[in-house]
Design a protein around this ligand. Structure first.
Ligand code: CA
Length: 256
């Protein structure tokens, strides 16, 4: 009797919402939700006028064009991580080129956090630049998979600030890496394992400045489909003030 690999039976379900929040005039966040191509992403744009929106949309469009179809099942995680890194570089160049041609977009930038589950595999490749995060909820435990590219995170890493001090620091939103700058460092890519029952969350900082990890863990632990999870997260961020745009993408792995 052939016993199929449990991972090969993994069946992903997903949902995503982007919300302007309660205070901002515009929504400069963007998301990508393409289950058939197995690509999921959130982006948080910044810049004057409508430029932040242009930056986040440009990053999402470059990513979408690069992942029109699901990656071949023969592609391994290392190859996929390299490919994702190249796409992040392409997105950076596309934003820079647009800004060079449109004066009103000068200085615009965006975060980008993207996730690609491998076909029939028990791994996901994640790429990110900025402070939009990826989390995994497994057996009731929430793990932040990405490390923020922020000045305060650098201070935490150096032992100069505690995690709690960093969270409420006046410079908490200052990014150390962003797409749309000539001197951008490469994206971080990571390969994480995935098991049936895992729930992955991609979110912009509009969520994580309003809710702490404990709130997120409780909301994500509700036994409801991804669409209801995304709604609960957005509602909770708005109930706490909704000071920023909030974007969430929930990707849940279950057995097919
Ligand atoms: Ca934001």
């Amino acid at each position: 009797m052939v016993v199929p690999d449990p991972a090969a039976l993994m069946n992903w379900s997903s949902a995503g919402v982007t919300d302007r929040g309660r205070r901002r005039a515009r929504n400069e966040d963007a998301l990508l939700l393409r289950p058939h191509a197995r690509i999921y992403a959130v982006a948080d744009g910044m810049g004057g006028h409508a430029a932040g929106n242009v930056a986040s949309q440009t990053a999402i469009e470059v990513l979408a064009a690069a992942f029109e179809r699901a990656p071949s099942p023969r592609i391994g995680s290392a190859t996929l991580a390299r490919r994702l890194l190249g796409v992040f570089n392409d997105a950076n160049h596309a934003i820079l080129e647009h800004a060079a041609r449109h004066r009103e977009c000068a200085g615009m930038g965006t975060t980008l956090t993207a996730m690609v589950p491998l076909a029939g595999s028990d791994q996901c490749v994640i790429g990110h630049v900025g402070d939009s995060r990826a989390y995994r909820l497994r057996a009731g435990e929430l793990t932040q998979l990405t490390r923020d590219h922020t000045w305060v995170q650098q201070q935490v890493d150096a032992g100069m600030l505690t995690f709690a001090e960093a969270r409420h620091h006046p410079l908490a939103s200052v990014l150390s890496r962003v797409l749309g700058t000539a001197a951008v460092g490469p994206a971080d890519t990571l390969v994480v394992d995935a098991a049936p029952g895992d729930i992955f969350l991609l979110s912009t900082d509009g969520l994580t400045t309003m809710l702490d990890d404990q709130d997120v863990r409780e909301l994500l632990s509700q036994p409801v489909p991804p669409a209801e999870l995304t709604k609960s997260l957005i509602d909770a961020a708005n109930e706490r003030g909704g000071l920023d745009n909030t974007t969430v993408v929930v990707v849940a792995s279950g057995r097919g």
